[in-house]
Design a protein around this ligand. Sequence first.
Ligand SMILES: Nc1ncnc2c1ncn2[C@@H]1O[C@H](COP(=O)(O)OP(=O)(O)OP(=O)(O)O)[C@@H](O)[C@H]1O
Ligand SMILES: [Mg+2]
Length: 306
Amino acid sequence: MIAVMDGNQVIAFGNDAYQMYEKNPPCISVDRPMVGGRIADVAEVEMLLHLLLKKTDRHASPRPVIYFSAPMNMSELEKRAYYAISDAGNPRNPRVFLVDRPICDAISLGIPISRTKGSMILDIGAQSTEVSVIAGEQVIVSDSLPIGGQQLNEAICNEIRRERNLLIGKRSARRLKTSLATFLSNGMEERKVTGIDTLSGLPREDTIHSELVNDAVRNEMKKGAEAMRIFLERTPPQISGSIMNEGIYLTGGTARIPGIERYLCRMIGCRINLSKDYEFSTIKGLEELMHHKELRKWAHSVKGKK
Ligand SMILES: Nc1ncnc2c1ncn2[C@@H]1O[C@H](COP(=O)(O)OP(=O)(O)OP(=O)(O)O)[C@@H](O)[C@H]1O
Ligand SMILES: [Mg+2]
């Protein structure tokens, strides 16, 4: 996230910007410059990248090389946007490489990309789940399903409004999710939350049990799991055979919900291998690619003007 004052002055980014979310005055906008893993606001991504580059500037070579993990199925225009944001205001004409995100995940998950006859990765992130299949040394399909952490937060907000007549913010919903949500049966905890009573319009505190949060999370996740099952069913038999043998690889921040691997295993009907890196798996894979020459064949360069 990025907090921008008067449209051009960055005052915070990352977790610091998130702290301002839903509390910002009108002159400060708090936004996600990337939505569903794609560049949503070119100007904001540019500002963010330059801040990050500034931090690492002392270590940069005269001509910087920038690697991005990027979504699949991008248009030429979208690819050029990665070059444009890296090049803008950067006098050193950086070299820019894009790596398909599922390849980054596969590297950190330890999938033998060159040998696999079929491996499936589920990356459940903030706004979407990326379902990808790797075979023949490349990503053969990658699809984005509209299920992720934010949909779960919204489902929790809706459930609490319906059951308790209490309107809570997305940040509170996220807090309830990360502290209470579980797919294991032993979730019997509770948390206090403050919101606006929908009948009186006044602020009110209430105690929320994990059961209420879990009902919302399960209902929402069920739709996602069904879409994942259908995706696997539509995969050609020789590839799905290999996937069933290996088990499906699961990663992304939302995979932190305890017991999600067992739940998905039951719903999809296939063993699940849970990543140890969660939301860091993509970036760890990219880091490994940067450090190992033999992996760099999966990096595509993006041409600039020259
Ligand atoms: N302990 C936790 N329990 C449940 N959800 C969590 C936990 N920790 C983080 N999350 C959720 O993980 C999500 C972030 O995951 P991740 O960083 O993989 O997403 P992203 O890559 O930014 O998003 P996308 O892939 O949709 O572009 C957030 O919605 C966050 O609420
Ligand atoms: Mg992601």
